[in-house]
Design a protein around this ligand. Structure first.
Ligand SMILES: [Zn+2]
Ligand SMILES: [Zn+2]
Length: 291
């Protein structure tokens, strides 16, 4: 049915539209299987970077924008009367979101998912920039984004470790308020179609304006140790490197994370790391998805 409708749209428009852009008969949905397994290989093959651990899915694509001087002003206030009850690592590092305490064990983050950086997908010409070389934007655009309120455990370690597969739609929120999606693309899209629509921040929107990252978000973290965001089980996700400048070598096979101390968590915490190959940002939860 979806394919039929997509074909219908394509015929009506007279354009050869890319499939992942037309969808979403189901809420914010856009991302389904198949897996993006070959994404990194295709991306890296399209770049002139050298092989080895110094390659990055951001090579030749985009550069990290300053977290203190974003390219695009946020559209949401960053404070809330209850924000004092939100964990400090959230309160002090997440922008373009509203945080609030909602119960004794969870807090919420409200966002529109709009990037704090330029993108080919903005309707506002002042926020637009070109697509990376060799890529072309899908027909979707972003103006107001999609407002969502997402809950997170205050103490994810107090919940059970599940290893459960992540699901469709947002599986986390980046530090700039953009939605994090998992390592799946919307069937029946091909991987090359998915790659070809990522902007210079390695993000793109669904047809419901849900802007999201699947892979290394170049304007948040580019081959570095930056805090990237929070996953829906409450654990943080960092860039490709640890804070000592090295690439992790002991990531868990299921979750692609590990546990040690970080500047934000001097007592140690489990955290995910962005990788150049599947699962890129996330495939399976370490802990329990927050209701
Ligand atoms: Zn996507
Ligand atoms: Zn680490």
């Amino acid at each position: 049915m979806k394919t039929t409708m997509r074909l219908g749209v394509a015929v009506l428009s007279g354009l050869l539209l890319q499939c992942n852009t037309i969808l979403s008969l189901f809420g914010q949905g856009e991302e389904e299987s198949p897996n993006l397994t070959a994404l990194a290989a295709l991306l890296l093959a399209s770049q002139s970077s050298s092989s080895g651990s110094s390659t990055s899915l951001c090579n030749g694509i985009g550069t990290v924008s300053s977290r203190t001087s974003p390219e695009v002003a946020c559209t949401l206030a960053t404070s809330h009367p209850d924000a004092v009850n939100v964990p400090s690592w959230i309160r002090n590092n997440f922008t373009c979101v509203v945080t609030a305490n909602v119960s004794g064990t969870t807090f919420s983050i409200q966002t529109r998912g709009l990037p704090d950086h330029k993108s080919a997908y903005w309707t506002d010409s002042n926020k637009k920039e070109s697509m990376p070389s060799g890529r072309s934007a899908n027909p979707n655009t972003i103006t107001n984004g999609v407002l969502s309120t997402v809950n997170f455990w205050k103490d994810p370690a107090a919940q059970a470790n599940t290893g459960a597969a992540t699901d469709l739609s947002h599986v986390g929120i980046a530090v700039n308020g953009v939605y994090i999606y998992n390592n799946s693309a919307a069937a029946p899209d091909t991987l090359s179609e998915e790659i070809s629509t990522l902007d210079k921040g390695n993000g793109h929107p669904t047809n419901t304006e849900a802007f999201h990252y699947h892979i290394e978000p170049c304007k948040v973290s580019s081959d570095d140790s930056s805090l990237v965001g929070i996953i829906r089980d409450g654990y943080p996700v960092y860039g490709k490197k640890d804070e000592d400048g090295t690439y992790p070598t002991n990531l868990d096979a299921t979750t692609h994370g590990h546990s040690h101390t970080t500047n934000l968590f001097p007592s140690g915490i489990f955290h995910y790391h962005v990788t150049d190959s599947d699962p890129y940002i996330i495939s399976n939860y370490r802990g329990t998805k927050t209701p």
